[in-house]
Design a binder for this molecule. Structure first.
Ligand SMILES: C[S@@+](CC[C@H](N)C(=O)[O-])C[C@H]1O[C@@H](n2cnc3c(N)ncnc32)[C@H](O)[C@@H]1O
Ligand code: SF4
Length: 427
């Protein structure tokens, strides 16, 4: 467009060559009207804020329904959730878009009774475009699982169940204020196995009173349970948790970062030996199969329409979040209004940074995909940082991808944040 050749053409202005478009038509390829229709894949998140306890470490803004009339309160919420699905589907024409994954998370969705679960999932099937290929995950707390609930979920197309286990040590489970124990957890896993679905269990490394022996026991029992997928979260200490108060009052001690790193390293070694492979830096699956589509889609920058109080998602260039006020959420929907209250429009550079930090969670980062989406070679722009990361053993690189090493996996988001910083510094 502007000539910057060293032969001084830039300083020898000309009025010739009117610019009609960019890129020039020479670069255009065959395209049909249907190619432009918005039928890109869609991921769906459904949120329930309710739990039957407040776990001492948990940072989610949940509503503890223990000792209350659960059924009535959840019925009202389910009404609103179903109304939101109907309204948003119509307003954004979501039905045109193939749903690749649905994640019903919380809180504790498995706390809903059978009629409530059925209403929510039937509404999803009715107003959104699911197929036999759609991954449909429900998050569950083991103590809330029954055989009849499992049978119902299977009949409603659920093909993945993700259970919060956290620890197999009864003392640690109790200390975390959870209602499970090892026996109940193993029973719930056996029930869910009868559904013939992919099972994920969450463990947390670094809970209060964790020792090397209790951690080794938890990892061993997780492997022995035979589930397809094991997620290991590093316990994060948030100010809104009972843990935080207890740490401040010195009534509990949490393992320090070095100890937690040893725990994670142990989990990685044992899981690898047992045939599990990491497909994200915190989830290990048998032979690397059974990848979680919902997480993959989210990390690769696909759209996620999110329903429910405080649920946050992405639609096109927009990140958005619903009100986190349960009463306001229900009142808005009763008025026929969508409950979106805040958001952010992604600039081009936001989108790139987001894709780097989230995409790097998937252990392998596809440089050619990035280039085809954004038009430049990330490895050229970030050459120095990438060379440092290679030198310090966090990554290996080929022409086509960046691959986290075991050290890179152990240090989680560090690689993604380091690469993203190069782009942030350009802002
Ligand atoms: C919504 S919960 C899972 C389902 C169900 N509510 C349960 O707890 O059984 C999602 C997961 O977040 C993780 N989590 C909660 N608080 C955390 C924290 N402070 N640090 C790291 N992970 C946390 C736990 O592993 C938990 O299983
Ligand atoms: S960990 Fe699960 S059950 Fe416990 S408070 Fe958080 S969301 Fe609820």
């Amino acid at each position: 467009m502007i000539n910057t050749r060293k032969d001084n053409a830039y300083w020898d202005p000309s009025r010739k060559g009117f610019v009609t478009n960019y890129p020039n038509f020479l670069h255009w390829k065959t395209l049909s009207a249907t190619d432009m229709a918005d039928n890109r894949p869609l991921n769906v998140y459904l949120h329930t804020p309710y739990c039957i306890q407040h776990c001492a470490y948990c940072y989610y803004k949940t509503i503890n329904l223990r000792g209350t009339n659960k059924a009535q309160r959840i019925d009202q919420y389910v009404d609103a959730l179903c109304r939101e699905i109907e309204l948003a589907s119509e307003y954004y024409q979501l039905r045109n878009r193939p749903v690749v994954s649905v994640y019903f998370g919380g809180g504790t969705p498995s706390l809903l009774n059978e009629a409530q679960l059925q209403r929510v999932l039937e509404t999803v099937h009715r107003y959104l475009n699911l197929s036999d290929q759609t991954e449909l995950t429900v998050e569950a707390e083991p103590v809330t699982i029954t055989q009849s609930k499992a049978d119902l979920l299977q009949g409603l197309g659920v093909n993945r169940v993700s259970m919060g286990v956290q620890s197999f040590d009864d003392g640690i489970i109790k200390r975390s204020n959870r209602l499970d124990d090892e026996k109940k957890v193993m029973k719930a896993i056996e029930i869910v196995k009868t559904m013939g679905v992919v099972i994920n269990i969450d463990l947390m490394s670094g809970l209060a009173e964790e020792t090397q022996a209790t951690w080794e026991y938890s990892v061993r029992r997780a492997i022995e349970s035979g589930v397809e997928s094991i997620t290991v979260y590093k316990t994060e200490l948030y100010t809104n948790t009972p843990y935080y108060k207890e740490v401040r009052n010195k009534t509990i001690d949490l393992p320090d970062d070095d100890q937690e790193l040893i725990f994670m390293n142990h989990a990685m070694t044992e899981l690898t030996e047992a045939g599990y492979k990491p497909w994200s830096f915190f989830t290990f699956t048998q032979c690397g199969q059974h990848q979680h589509q919902y997480a993959t889609g989210t990390f690769l920058g696909e759209d996620v329409y999110s329903f429910g109080t405080s649920a946050f998602g992405k639609l096109g260039d927009y990140l958005f979040q619903n009100t986190n006020d349960e009463q306001k959420y229900m009142a808005l929907l009763a008025e026929g209004e969508l409950p979106v209250t805040r958001g952010h429009r992604l600039t081009c550079i936001d989108a790139m940074i987001r894709e780097i930090v989230l995409g790097m969670k998937l252990v392998r980062f596809d440089l050619r995909r990035f280039q085809s989406r954004y038009g430049f070679r990330l490895e050229k722009l970030c050459a120095d940082t990438l060379a440092d990361l290679v030198e310090h053993g966090f990554i290996t690189m080929s022409d086509d991808e960046i691959q986290l090493t075991n050290k890179g996996i152990l240090y989680g988001d560090y690689t993604g944040k380091s690469v993203a910083k190069v782009l942030m510094d350009m802002e």
